[in-house]
Design a protein around this ligand. Structure first.
Ligand SMILES: [Zn+2]
Length: 489
């Protein structure tokens, strides 16, 4: 059980607050191996719900799951020049097996483009074999030096979609489609609003033609890259000889995309919604949506209240007029703990809705419902408890998205801004700053060097300012793009 020492507040030290929330709400724990983490049942329960929702969305867009090996011949990594440059420094290499030195070292996958496209090359002969739409749920290893629970760990869980197409335009459409799927998931399920757009050349995936990303604002005003989708062009097809006979009879290289989201999203969930009392989970992803806390003093009260709590739980489980799925309800019948201590613990764990149920409530055929997001209390009749709970959970889900979006917009800066003011903002409270960029990588690199802020994306049209910036933030030259600048995780 979590201890009842007060959490460090977000204002005091956001990073300490984050670690305490993750550990004390029992989402994850440090592992005996430096930089790895153990995902505990409450954290894994969130991941399972994320997986299920995303998996349904991938299948609805025509993808199928497959599984490729953890180990990849080291030579594969070297076949695509940018890819090896990007991933070799953080590769974990297996040199021995069964007590013998291996003839060729194997790397533990940091991502699976190489092994997957080597297999696609075997499976694709003709345009009739295309498009090939595959997803895999897997773990990957990247030897990071500085790690944070969920945000950056040596090993993490993710999904990686990999597709092959007959034309550039089809691949582009796929990459954009999956970016849209991610956005729908992040906003609809995580209640985490994102800005979508294209990465600059310096920030794109190693080996991609173009990278698109979803960027979310955390409560310290830093950006979290929460998902990426890449149009890989023909780079990997050429490296792995992935060719097909086109309708015209010509032999052509295929066009690939890859796209991924990971357990990093759980870190995003914590930093988007958590408060000084702990986690706040959006109902759709909460392993428990409603906790019933029985209140009693004497033994006869105890029996009566517990019996009622179980009866309410059973009736809620039968509540079928609700999409998607059944209500997830828990009765906290633990002995030897005061109701106040239970409230504190369930708030820390982020359960969206709490029902307080005592003998006097039962006398008046009611229960008290308390929202985790607003901590608002309201009594409700036991006759309509199913409708009330389902309605409140929907309301909480929507309100959390609205609140997060409002916070992001309040902390976004658009319109004319001097570079001095920009530096001040990035040194201080941080922000999403929409500003002009001349397109020169030198300006981008200098700003990064001087302020640690990077171009998160060149935002998609709907996120662009009504009046586009005319001058580059750094050199004052003509702006080619509007860029979204922020410090990032
Ligand atoms: Zn410039």
């Amino acid at each position: 059980m979590p201890d009842d020492k007060k959490l460090t507040s977000r204002a005091e030290d956001f990073s300490a607050w984050y670690n305490e929330v993750v550990l004390r709400s029992e989402l994850a724990d440090y592992s005996p191996v430096r930089g790895c983490m153990v995902i505990r049942p409450d954290g894994y329960g969130i991941w399972e719900r994320m997986q299920r929702a995303l998996d349904d969305m991938f299948k609805a867009t025509g993808h199928r799951n497959a599984y490729f090996p953890l180990l990849i011949p080291e030579s594969f990594l070297h076949k695509e020049a940018q890819h090896v440059e990007g991933f070799a420094p953080e590769a974990a290499v297996v040199t021995h097996g069964g007590g013998k030195k291996l003839e060729e070292p194997l790397i533990i996958r940091p991502t699976s483009e190489t092994i997957i496209y080597s297999m696609f090359a075997k499976w694709v002969q003709s345009y009739r074999d295309l498009p090939l739409l595959i997803n895999q749920w897997a773990n990957v290893v990247r030897w990071e030096m500085r790690t944070r629970l969920f945000l950056r760990t040596l090993e993490f869980l993710w999904q990686e979609g990999h597709t092959a197409h007959a034309s550039h335009d089809e691949a582009e459409e796929e990459a954009r489609q999956m970016l849209g799927v991610y956005r729908d998931f992040m906003e609809g399920w995580m209640a985490m609003p994102v800005v979508t757009g294209q990465k600059t050349e310096s920030e794109k995936f190693a080996g991609a033609l173009r990278t698109y990303a979803c960027e979310a604002m955390m409560q310290d005003n830093k950006a979290l890259q929460a998902g990426t989708s890449h149009n890989l062009g023909q780079n990997f097809a050429k490296a792995f000889d992935l060719k097909f006979q086109a309708e015209s009879g010509d032999i052509e290289y295929a066009w690939n995309t890859s796209w991924g989201v990971s357990t990093r999203m759980i870190g995003g969930l914590v930093m988007t919604h958590g408060d000084d009392n702990g986690l706040r989970l959006p109902p759709l992803l909460a392993p428990t949506e409603l906790v019933i806390v029985p209140i009693y003093r004497k033994d006869d009260e105890r029996a009566r209240v517990l019996e009622a709590a179980d009866r309410i739980k059973a009736s809620l489980l039968e509540w079928e007029n609700r999409e998607p799925g059944r209500l997830r309800v828990h009765v906290d019948a633990r002995e030897g703990l005061k109701p106040g201590a239970k409230y504190y613990e369930w708030e820390l764990r982020g359960v969206p809705l709490r029902m307080e149920l005592g003998p006097r409530d039962l006398d008046s055929n009611q229960a008290v419902l308390v929202r985790r997001d607003t901590r608002e209390k309201r009594p409700g009749s036991l006759d309509t408890v199913g409708e009330d709970v389902a309605e409140l959970l929907d309301q909480i889900q929507n309100d959390m998205l609205d609140a997060a979006r409002e916070r992001r917009e309040k902390n976004s800066i658009r319109g004319r801004i001097t570079y001095d003011r920009f530096r001040e903002v990035m040194d201080g409270e941080g922000a999403f700053v929409y500003a002009g960029w001349c397109g020169d990588p030198k300006c981008e690199a200098e700003i990064k060097e001087e302020t640690k802020a990077t171009i998160r994306v060149l935002p998609d049209e709907e996120f662009q300012s009504a009046e586009p910036p005319t001058a580059c933030l750094k050199c004052g030259g003509g702006a080619k793009h509007e860029a979204l600048w922020a410090k990032a995780y």
